[in-house]
Write a protein that binds this ligand. Structure first.
Ligand SMILES: [Zn+2]
Length: 454
């Protein structure tokens, strides 16, 4: 398993990502490194597979399948593994040894995740046996964890082993300043391809200043992440604020749909097809960056401002698929699901930074279809506006859901609030739940692991 680096008391690990502007020569080296990492990954996987096969046939266990022992084996065999088949030339000296080590580590980590998953040591979806990586199917990347990794004082350059000094597309002042003040230390750098860009993620351990605490420590808010707006924030006293999808994002999404339609009219393998595909890739990156930025600003402001933040519980992605959504709405739903996952992930680490508390509501709490005035639960389908059958109150779907979530923290009637990791059975109100499969009650166990009750 990956060895987790534990930062000293008062320090946290953060990653800062910068787009790079490599020279042609550097870009060629980087491409080569991507391939070299895959080579080492696949070689390691192949070694592990044949070791396992031999073990099953003969019972011989051989050397342990650890990172250290496989890296040693790689170093002993790289002269025969890294040979250009046309020229007979040994090519490994042109690649940083860190890149090969990263590939070996990737394969051994994947193997041990599989082992731990099948023996039930890690919760969640079952992890499959690692697969061979193919160019184009595998994210191009490699990491450095030792050697020269330095952000230059001009705030426009990053120095890396073997590659030398790379120009950054953006200013690096966000992190260079912290390093110069000795408040941050570089732990590692991952170089990857994102769309058409080469980016470097600089992982640092940073000393976080002690904050004075959140601005409104007695305020509790519920967050509903939706399809129409990115998010709705409500207080227990029904004060609503909306976070719309940024207009720049909406524009790119409709452009993306247009290009995707265009691509279907073109012939695969043609020049025009490739051009459209490249535009689509670029737009995807822009959309991802914009969304990520919006969500970061949003979660920081939530964590800094409110004493208690309540969000929907664990994803129910697999259950949502069963609803048979299709077309634009399912794409939207997909975006909303990804957004809630990301918002929850960011709040989990940001809330403790600023001294606010994050509560994740029970995943079967029917926040959308419970009337926040009288507590009546009714089926509302996909309606945006609905009227309560019991008390005739009219509701906007997202506002109502956010208010219910805000009150979840203190409501006794729908069950005790769950903090993450708490053991909690949900059968009592799963009948009214949003996501219940008929006939098979679902239990949420420790660590949010989900299983169907037989
Ligand atoms: Zn009502």
């Amino acid at each position: 398993m990956p060895r987790r680096y534990c930062p000293p008391e008062g320090q946290i690990i953060q990653a800062f990502t910068f787009a790079l502007d490599p020279t042609d020569e550097q870009a060629a080296k980087i491409s080569r490194f991507f391939g070299a990492r895959r080579k080492a990954f696949n070689w390691t996987l192949d070694q592990m597979k044949s070791d396992l096969d031999r073990y099953h046939e003969t019972g011989e266990s051989g050397t342990p399948l650890s990172f250290y022992s496989l890296r040693k084996r790689w170093n002993a065999e790289k002269d025969t593994v890294c040979v250009n088949q046309n020229t007979g030339e040994v090519w490994w000296p042109e690649v940083s040894k860190e890149v090969f080590a990263d590939g070996v580590r990737g394969a051994t980590d994947a193997y041990w995740r599989w082992q731990k998953s099948r023996s039930g040591q890690i919760a969640g979806r079952k992890v499959g046996f690692p697969r061979f990586k193919k160019r184009g199917k595998d994210r191009d990347r490699f990491s450095f964890t030792t050697g020269t990794m330095r952000l230059e004082a001009d705030r426009r350059h990053l120095a890396l082993p073997v590659l030398g000094t790379l120009r950054t597309h953006e200013n690096t002042r966000r992190i260079e300043r912290l390093i110069a003040m000795n408040r941050a230390k570089i732990l590692g750098v991952t170089v990857s391809r994102q769309g058409e860009r080469i980016v470097a993620a600089v992982r640092v351990s940073v000393a976080r200043p002690q904050r004075a605490g959140v601005a409104q420590s007695d305020s509790t808010v519920g967050i509903d992440v939706g399809v129409r707006r990115l998010a709705t924030v409500a207080t227990t006293s029904e004060v609503i604020s909306e976070l719309a999808n940024p207009r720049a994002l909406e524009r790119r999404l409709s452009e993306l749909r247009r290009l995707q339609r265009q691509r279907t009219r073109r012939t695969r393998g043609s020049r025009q097809y490739a051009e459209t595909a490249a535009k689509i890739a670029r737009l995807h990156t822009e959309v991802a960056n914009l969304r990520q930025h919006t969500i970061h600003v949003f979660t920081t402001s939530l964590a800094k401002t409110h004493g208690v933040v309540v969000v929907e519980g664990l994803d129910v992605a697999s259950l949502l698929q069963q609803r048979g959504l299709s077309g634009a709405r399912s794409r939207r739903r997909g975006l909303a699901d990804a957004a809630i996952g990301e918002i929850r992930r960011q709040l989990r680490y940001k809330c403790p930074w600023y001294g606010s508390t994050l509560i994740e509501a029970d995943r079967f709490f029917p926040s959308s279809k419970t009337c926040h005035d009288c507590g009546h639960v009714q089926d509302i389908g996909w309606l945006e506006h609905w009227t309560c059958e019991e008390c005739s109150a009219s509701h906007q779907r997202d506002d109502n859901a956010a208010i219910n979530l805000a009150r979840w923290a203190s409501l006794g009637s729908v069950g005790a609030p769950v903090k993450r990791g708490a053991e909690h059975q949900t059968e009592s109100h799963s009948a009214a739940g949003d996501d219940t499969r008929k006939g098979s009650p679902i239990l949420v166990g420790p660590n949010n692991s989900v299983r169907s009750a037989a």
